[in-house]
Ligand binder design. Structure first.
Ligand code: ZN
Length: 291
């Protein structure tokens, strides 16, 4: 089956064509402008490629409640041109095919749980740490939606004793995203995560914050695997530091075989940064089987 995949981001749209094995035939990116400018180009692309289904992993917040009149909408996004925009419904109407719709991070979680290191597991968390922080969560084989969808990047964290930076989140200042996303690192240290030299205190503090969040995810959701993706996580030296702090914070309170083998428990994204688009292929397939 030819499946279309769309990873809809606030700055760029990644469009791809693939199949049910996760194979990606082609892929391209276009900038996210307004719906009037960007939608016709995307619709034309998928029409021309004659896809039989489409999966969308979308920036949010979005409405995923099929009983809600706003199902398929991007809702209260700060990206004003896309606020209250029925993105999934537009594709469904214009392409006349089944359309699967979920958050970008749930899409990545699904990609990893289908084709990646977490394949076969039913309790998986995928966390992206980049321009923002978000988590896709699978519990007992289902992606969590709940009353909206998880916004696990905005949990409040305890402040690092040496951190004097006020925090970047416009809503909460010192939440996880406000303290540890790429823009917070840049504002605190005067250079981006990419430019910070190896061994710099910034990496240790970053790992300390991430580990705090992971401890809560572990205690609340009992995941079988935790996958960390996004631009900041390209700094591989964060992984041993994060694992060290997670063990330190949990302090032996829970003991699982996963925590005992922490190097294969807390891991980088395993699909060459295609986890999002591959998850969209699965969303597209699932939309067909649900029809
Ligand atoms: Zn926040």
């Amino acid at each position: 089956m030819r499946i279309g995949a769309l990873e809809a981001g606030g700055t760029k749209m990644v469009l791809a064509i693939g199949d049910e094995t996760g194979k990606i035939f082609e892929q391209k990116s276009i900038p996210t402008l307004t719906p009037e400018e960007t939608m016709p180009e995307m619709i034309a692309y998928f029409k021309e490629k004659e896809v039989e289904a489409l999966g969308i992993g979308c920036f949010g917040p979005i409405c995923l409640d099929k009983n809600d009149e706003k199902y398929g909408y991007i809702t209260t996004t700060p990206k004003l041109a896309w606020r209250d925009y029925p993105i999934a419904l537009e594709f469904e109407k214009e392409l006349g095919i089944p359309v699967g719709f979920d958050t970008d991070v749930n899409g990545s979680c699904l990609g990893e749980a289908t084709y990646g290191d977490a394949a076969g597991l039913k309790n998986v968390i995928y966390i992206t740490i980049g321009t923002g922080i978000g988590a896709g969560i699978m519990v007992e084989g289902n992606l969590v939606h709940g009353n909206l969808h998880p916004e696990a990047g905005h949990m409040i964290l305890k402040r690092h004793p040496r951190d004097t930076y006020e925090g970047k989140c416009p809503y909460h200042k010192e939440c996880f995203e406000g303290l540890a996303a790429g823009p917070a690192i840049e504002a605190r240290w005067g250079r981006s995560a990419k430019e910070i030299p190896e061994g710099h205190e910034a990496m240790d503090m970053e790992a300390w914050y991430i580990a705090q969040a992971l401890m809560t995810y572990i205690l609340v959701l009992a995941p079988e695997k935790i996958i960390l993706g996004g631009g900041v996580m390209h700094r591989m030296e964060l992984f041993p530091l994060i694992r060290k702090y997670v063990k330190e914070f949990i302090a032996g309170y829970v003991s699982t075989k996963q925590l005992d083998d922490i190097d294969s428990y807390i891991v980088p994204a395993s699909l060459h940064d295609d986890q999002g688009i591959m998850g969209c292929l699965v969303l597209g397939m699932n939309a067909v089987s649900q029809k």
